[in-house]
Design a protein. Structure first.
Lengths: 272, 329
C-alpha cells in the first residue's frame, strides 16, 4: 500500500491541475464570501437597528456565521469532489490506467490508495476554500457595516469543521470517479448534482413534511453541511441538519459505498 | 498448417538449435494455453496456445485485428479470458507479487498524461518498481530521452513516446518484456536502435516479445515467430524454420504438356499445380536451374521458366490469409 500511496501522491502533484483548480476555487470562494458577507452584513445591520423579531433570527451571530463562513463547505465542496474524481477519470481519459493496473493488478488497492492520497489534497483544498471564504466574508461583513465575528471561538470551530468536511469530499470524489470513469460525464454529473439537483431535492423533500425533511438531512450535501454546523440553507430554514458527528459518518459512508460499488462494477471490467 | 500442427511443431528439438534446453517453463517463459476471448458474437482470440522463451526475441505477428493486443491484454491481467490461461513464469499476471520487477509491458504509446514530464511519468510508476530518481534519469539516458525528460509529454513526438514507454517497462529491471508495436512512429534510425537494444536485452537472458503487423519490420531482429490470424495460431517456429518454409518453387511452361509430365515423374518433382491444358506446371522444392537443366537434357522445349519462390512477406501473407492458411503445411 505504501508504494501505491507514493505513486498516487506523485500523480496528484506532477500535473498542473491541482493548483490551477485550487486557484480557481480560492478566487470563486473569496468572491462568494465577499458577496454574502456584504449583503448579509448590510441587511442585518439594518435589521438590528429595527430590532423586530423576524430579523433577529437572521441577524444572530450564529446565523451570520453559518450563512457567510459556512458557505465554503456548502458551495465549495464541488472542488474537492472534482479533484478527487479527476484522479480516477483522468487515468481513463489519458489511458494511464493501463500502466497503473500493470503496476498494481489489484484494482481495489489502486482505488483505496487514491482515496487515501486524496485526503491531504482534501485538507489543502478545504483549508484554502475555507480561508478564502472567511477572508472574503469578513471583508464583506466589514464593508456592510457588520461585525466580522473573527474574535469568536465558534467561528474558528466552524473553520476547522469546514476544512474537515471538505477533506472528506475529496476521497468521495475519487470513489465517484471509480464508477463514472468517463471524465466529461463525471464532471457533468458532479456539477448538475452539487449545483442544482441536491438543492432541488432538499427543497422538495422539505415540502413533503417531517419524513421528507429528515431524508433530506441525509443527502450528501446536507451531511457535509452538518459537519460545519449548517449554512445559508439551514439558516434560511430550508433544511434541517444532522449533528456534526452524524454528518461526518454519513458523508464518509457515501464515500465508502460509492467505492464499494465502483470496485465491484466498473473496476472489474476489462481495460481497453 | 492447422493451429494444432503449429503447436506441436513449435519447438522441435534440433541439433543445430541454439535454444536453451530445460523444462518447458523456465523462469521468464510466457505460456499461453487454449486462450479464448469472445466479445458478444465475435471471437477475438480463439483457442490460442504458444510459448515464448527467455533469451530470445520473439515476433508476435498478425494483421491488424488478428487479436494480438487482446492476447497481450489477457496475458497482463487487463482483460479476463473467456477460457484458457496465460502465464508468465508459470503464474498469472495478477498473482505476481511485484509485477513490474518481473514483467515490463507497453501496450500503446499513448498511455501518458500530456501535462506530466517524461521524468515525472517515470517517477509516478517508480515506487512500484522499487526504482529511485537516479534510475529514472539513467533510463531516460538509455532510451535517448535524457534532455527531453524535463519536458511535458504533450510535446513529445510519437517516436519519443515509444522511447518513454520502453523506459517505463524497464523501471523494475524485469525478466520479461512485452511490447505492442514498439516501432510505430520510430524513424529508420530509431527502429535500428530499437532492434539492437532488444537484441542486447535478449542476449542478457530476457524474454522479449514484440508484436507487429509486418513481418518485414521484425524479420531481421527476431529469433522466433508466433503468427496469428483471425484470433487463431497459424504458425509458431524459429525464424530459420519460417524461412525454410519459403522453399524454392518454379513455374515451367512447355507446348508439349505430356513431355513436362514425364519430366516431372522422372525427377520425382513435387507438382503443386497444373494448368488446365497441361502446358504449365508449378513445381515445389526445385530451382529454375534444376528444371532448366533437366528440360535441356531431355530435349523438352520450354516457353517459360519462372522463379515463384515466396519472399518472406509473401509467405507471411499466405499464412495469415484466412482462405489459404490451411495450405501452408
Amino acid at each position: 500500500m505504501n508504494v501505491a500511496l507514493r505513486s498516487e501522491y506523485r500523480k496528484f502533484v506532477t500535473t498542473r491541475l491541482w493548483w490551477v483548480l485550487l486557484l480557481v476555487m480560492a478566487a470563486y470562494m473569496a468572491f462568494i464570501g465577499i458577496f454574502l458577507g456584504w449583503s448579509i452584513g448590510a441587511g442585518t445591520a439594518g435589521l438590528a437597528v429595527e430590532g423586530s423579531s423576524p430579523g433577529a433570527d437572521l441577524a444572530s451571530p450564529d446565523s451570520v456565521r453559518s450563512s457567510v463562513y459556512g458557505t465554503a463547505a456548502a458551495f465549495g465542496y464541488v472542488f474537492p469532489v472534482i479533484i478527487g474524481a479527476l484522479s480516477m477519470t483522468g487515468e481513463y481519459r489519458h489511458q494511464t490506467i493501463t500502466p497503473t493496473f500493470l503496476a498494481s493488478p489489484s484494482r481495489t488497492r489502486v482505488l483505496v490508495a487514491k482515496m487515501i492520497a486524496a485526503l491531504p489534497i482534501g485538507v489543502v483544498y478545504g483549508a484554502v476554500a475555507t480561508l478564502a471564504t472567511v477572508g472574503g466574508g469578513a471583508a464583506g461583513l466589514a464593508l456592510g457595516g457588520s461585525a466580522t465575528l473573527l474574535g469568536d471561538t465558534q467561528t474558528w470551530t466552524l473553520v476547522a469543521r469546514s476544512v474537515l468536511a471538505l477533506t472528506v469530499w475529496a476521497p468521495l470524489g475519487v470513489a465517484l470517479g471509480s464508477i463514472l470513469t468517463n471524465q466529461v460525464l463525471a464532471i457533468i454529473v458532479i456539477l448538475v448534482y452539487t449545483q442544482f439537483l441536491e438543492a432541488v431535492l432538499r427543497l422538495g423533500l422539505t415540502q413533503v413534511g417531517d419524513v421528507g425533511a429528515s431524508i433530506a438531512s441525509y443527502l450528501p450535501g446536507a451531511a457535509g453541511e452538518a459537519i460545519t454546523g449548517g449554512s445559508v440553507f439551514s439558516s434560511a430554514g430550508i433544511a434541517d441538519v444532522l449533528p456534526w458527528g452524524a454528518g461526518l459518518a454519513v458523508l464518509a459512508g457515501y464515500a465508502l459505498v460509492l467505492a464499494a460499488v465502483g470496485s465491484l462494477t466498473t473496476l472489474r471490467r476489462d481495460v481497453s | 498448417m492447422t493451429s494444432d500442427d503449429a503447436v506441436r511443431s513449435h519447438r522441435p528439438a534440433k541439433p543445430a538449435d541454439s535454444r536453451p534446453a530445460g523444462p518447458a517453463l523456465a523462469p521468464g517463459t510466457v505460456s499461453v494455453r487454449g486462450l479464448t476471448k469472445t466479445f458478444g458474437a465475435v471471437t477475438a482470440v480463439d483457442d490460442l496456445s504458444f510459448d515464448v522463451l527467455p533469451g530470445r526475441v520473439t515476433g508476435f505477428l498478425g494483421p491488424n485485428g488478428a487479436g494480438k493486443t487482446t492476447t497481450l491484454r489477457m496475458l497482463l491481467g487487463l482483460a479476463t479470458p473467456t477460457s484458457g490461461t496465460a502465464t508468465i513464469s508459470g503464474r498469472a499476471y495478477a498473482d505476481i507479487p511485484d509485477p513490474l520487477r518481473e514483467v515490463g509491458a507497453a501496450l500503446e504509446a499513448t498511455s501518458f498524461h500530456p501535462g506530466r514530464t517524461g521524468l515525472d511519468h517515470l517517477r509516478t510508476y517508480a515506487p512500484y518498481a522499487g526504482a529511485d530518481d537516479t534510475r529514472c534519469h539513467q533510463l531516460l539516458e538509455q532510451v535517448g530521452l535524457g534532455a527531453a525528460g524535463r519536458r511535458r509529454v504533450g510535446g513529445y513526438s510519437l517516436g519519443m513516446r515509444q522511447r518513454l514507454a520502453l523506459a517505463t517497462t524497464l523501471l523494475g529491471s524485469p525478466r520479461v518484456l512485452l511490447l505492442d508495436e514498439p516501432s510505430n512512429g520510430l524513424d529508420p534510425e530509431g527502429i535500428r536502435w530499437l532492434r539492437g537494444f532488444l537484441r542486447h536485452l535478449a542476449a542478457q537472458g530476457m524474454t522479449v516479445l514484440v508484436s507487429s503487423h509486418m513481418l518485414s519490420e521484425v524479420q531481421q531482429s527476431v529469433d522466433d515467430v508466433v503468427i496469428i490470424a483471425g484470433g487463431r495460431l497459424v504458425h509458431a517456429s524459429s525464424m530459420a524454420e519460417l524461412s525454410a518454409l519459403a522453399s524454392p518453387r518454379v513455374a515451367v511452361t512447355s507446348p508439349d504438356g505430356p513431355a513436362l509430365d514425364r519430366l516431372a515423374a522422372e525427377h520425382r518433382w513435387h507438382v503443386s499445380s497444373r494448368s488446365a491444358d497441361g502446358t504449365t506446371l508449378e513445381v515445389d522444392h526445385v530451382s529454375t536451374a534444376q528444371v532448366g537443366a533437366a528440360a535441356f537434357a531431355a530435349e523438352v522445349e520450354l516457353h517459360g521458366l519462372l522463379d515463384k519462390t515466396d519472399s518472406l512477406e509473401d509467405l507471411f501473407l499466405r499464412l495469415v490469409q484466412p482462405t489459404t492458411s490451411g495450405a501452408a503445411a
